[in-house]
Write a protein of this length. Structure first.
Length: 340
């Protein structure tokens, strides 16, 4: 029988072989890495986009290149760190034309101008599939950890969830068509907008006690916060817009599946003391964003419980895990069996 190999098992092996860095350097396992640099930290993050697994039908080369940088920017936003410079390594399959490569460069330019970093180089090579590997660098005096949540803190998110799952469903079945909800859902997939400015402002004002980027799925992000802070998280309010619920009813989909397990929302999931809630909401509004309180941190084992008027259950601990096809999110019909 073959051993299970996925993203988590690979990380575990490297930790067993190499161990954690020496004191002063970040421990492996947060959204970003950092190293000491004269009173502050140099913050580094790398992230890889691969055509087969990360570029859905209907996404252009320009959008794919921008999205590769969005993945890194989203982690910086969750940690309250401004990106200053970036490099990119490209694996170019022979099927691509020079015009496609130009569009990749334009996508990098889009990200550079939108998020305000300097592009300082990279590497290219031939590959069987498109690969865009981004490395981003910044500096910070303080980084918001995953482990700072306290009992009684409010749990918040910076937007609605489930649009990416709906967008992928629409792209797969109908292509890049539609307006209204369909257009917004597809845009969430091909042109996500991480709340970088809001993340920087929340961190500057010390309004996040713990935080994480949501790109691996909301449920997995919640579990990571709970485990990092040795606490229980209770969800009272599923962060879904009414139009998502309507879409799911129309297509026979389970809204909880899309909201908690779709992934790639690139929002910030964070905690803050209750007395900060009004200030957090005012700050978000000043950036044209909004935050939604969806639960709280409580005493108990590190699980995530979802409570509504008609049910109470423990959410499954799953999300997007590379190389583990059996654990990936499935868009299931509403009639699918619920977790206990």
């Amino acid at each position: 029988m073959f051993e299970k190999i996925d993203e988590h098992s690979i990380i575990k092996i490297f930790l067993e072989v190499l161990g954690q860095p020496k004191p002063g350097y970040s421990r492996i396992g947060d959204d970003v890495a950092y190293l000491p640099a004269g009173g502050g930290e140099v913050v580094v993050k790398c992230d890889m986009l691969v055509g087969e697994t990360d570029v859905p039908q209907g996404m252009t080369c320009r959008e794919a290149a921008r999205k590769a940088f969005v993945s890194v920017v989203s982690d910086f936003a969750a940690k309250g760190v401004k990106p200053e410079a970036a490099l990119v390594s490209l694996g170019i399959p022979p099927i691509l034309k020079l015009e496609d490569v130009r569009n990749l460069a334009l996508g990098v330019k889009d990200a550079k101008e939108e998020f305000g970093f300097q592009f300082i180089g990279g590497d290219t090579n031939e590959a069987k599939d498109l690969v865009i590997d981004c490395i981003m660098v910044g500096r910070a005096e303080r980084i918001v950890e995953r482990s700072g949540a306290k009992i009684g803190d409010v749990l918040l998110v910076t937007g609605d969830f489930g649009y990416t799952g709906a967008g992928l469903y629409i792209l797969k079945r109908y292509g890049r068509v539609g307006s209204g909800f369909a257009e917004r859902a597809i845009s969430a997939v091909v042109r996500p907008k991480p709340p970088l400015e809001l993340g920087l402002a929340l961190a500057e004002k010390k309004l996040m006690s713990s935080s994480i980027d949501s790109s691996d799925g909301l449920a997995l992000s919640l579990y990571t916060l709970a485990e990092s802070s040795s606490a229980k998280i209770v969800i009272y309010n599923m962060p879904a817009a009414p139009e998502l619920t309507d879409f799911c009813e129309e297509h026979g989909l389970n809204p909880e599946e899309l909201v908690f397990y779709s992934g790639e929302e690139y929002e910030i999931v964070f905690t803050t003391p209750k007395e900060n809630l009004d200030e957090v909401q005012r700050l978000a509004k000043s950036f044209g964003r909004y935050v939604r309180a969806i639960g709280e941190v409580t005493e108990g084992r590190s699980v995530v419980e979802f409570i509504t008027s008609c049910k109470r259950k423990i959410l499954e601990r799953r999300g997007w895990i590379h190389l583990n096809r059996s654990d990936r999110t499935k868009i299931r019909p509403e009639s699918a069996t619920e977790a206990d």
